[in-house]
Design a protein around this ligand. Structure first.
Ligand SMILES: Nc1nc2c(ncn2[C@@H]2O[C@H](COP(=O)(O)OP(=O)(O)OP(=O)(O)O)[C@@H](O)[C@H]2O)c(=O)[nH]1
Ligand SMILES: [Mg+2]
Length: 245
């Protein structure tokens, strides 16, 4: 590999089918480090159907369709992002009160792949039912789910890097679980205190970089403005189409 290619790989996400030496700027999705490759395809969501809620990993659907898990701190905007992706208000229930999503919820998209809304982590004051042991509940799912294409790890861009998010990213990395960082709430450009989203994102990435030879894909999103929605769907299409091979 050339030095240029090696540099590209430390910064950009180069998908299967792309030679890092051939990457040009116009191949990178706006607001992300994601290079679009030959596997990117039709990414439109035509229909979504709620399939089931599962309390245990072994209760999840068993039909071998590829899936993306939506993971992140309680209140980071997981359910809102799902609703934005599918352009429906109330596919996944959202709430100002953290701890709303307490089970793994499978949504079947275009009758061919799943989006999974997971319970948020890092919330201690949830009602009893939500105070499950995140480690045994969700870790079992990640380690055993063969159909998992990637985890979308949502990180709130309106606050500085949080230890719990870094711990989670590092745990996924150590276990070789493919992940994409989706930074949420990027519309909150006028943070009342502290830094702007772009600064928080940069700080977060600096902390992540030490642990990866190749930077995982990341993308800026907002469920309010729709920022990053089409780009994220295109990225998911290339991961999925490659997985389908
Ligand atoms: N400004 C802004 N607010 C957002 C965005 N996404 C979510 N929110 C708000 O953040 C709060 C939490 O959103 P949810 O989507 O319910 O968060 P969640 O991660 O599903 O939360 P749990 O299910 O409790 O883990 C709600 O008040 C949303 O309106 C965003 O992109 N921009
Ligand atoms: Mg939720």
């Amino acid at each position: 590999m050339s030095d240029a290619a090696r540099f590209v790989r430390t910064v950009l996400f180069v998908p299967p089918g792309v030679d890092p030496d051939e990457v040009t700027e116009d191949m990178v999705l706006p607001g992300s480090n994601i290079v679009v490759g030959p596997y990117a395809g039709d990414s439109r969501i035509k229909e979504v159907e709620f399939v089931k809620s599962s309390g245990r990993a072994k209760d999840c659907p068993k039909d071998d369709r590829p899936e993306f898990a939506i993971l992140g701190r309680s209140n980071v905007g997981k359910s809102s992002l799902i609703n934005a992706l599918v352009r429906k208000k109330e596919v996944a229930l959202t709430s100002k009160k953290p701890g709303k999503t307490q089970l793994m919820n499978h949504f079947l998209v275009n009758k061919s792949w799943y989006i999974v809304d997971l319970p948020g982590y890092g919330f201690a004051k949830a009602p009893d039912a939500a105070q499950m042991d995140w480690s045994s509940f969700t870790k079992g799912y990640f380690l055993n789910r063969d159909t998992l294409v990637a985890v979308l790890l949502l990180v709130d861009a309106s606050v500085p890097p949080q230890k719990i998010d870094l711990d989670c990213a590092n745990w996924l990395g150590r276990n070789n679980i493919p992940m994409t960082f989706a930074f949420t709430k990027c519309d909150k450009m006028k943070a009342s205190k502290g830094k702007r989203p772009d600064e928080n994102i940069r700080d977060f990435q600096q902390l992540i970089r030490q642990n990866y030879r190749e930077h995982p894909p990341w993308i800026m999103t907002s469920s309010v403005t729709g920022l990053g929605r089409d780009e994220l769907l295109l990225h998911m299409s290339q991961l999925r189409n490659y997985w389908d091979q």
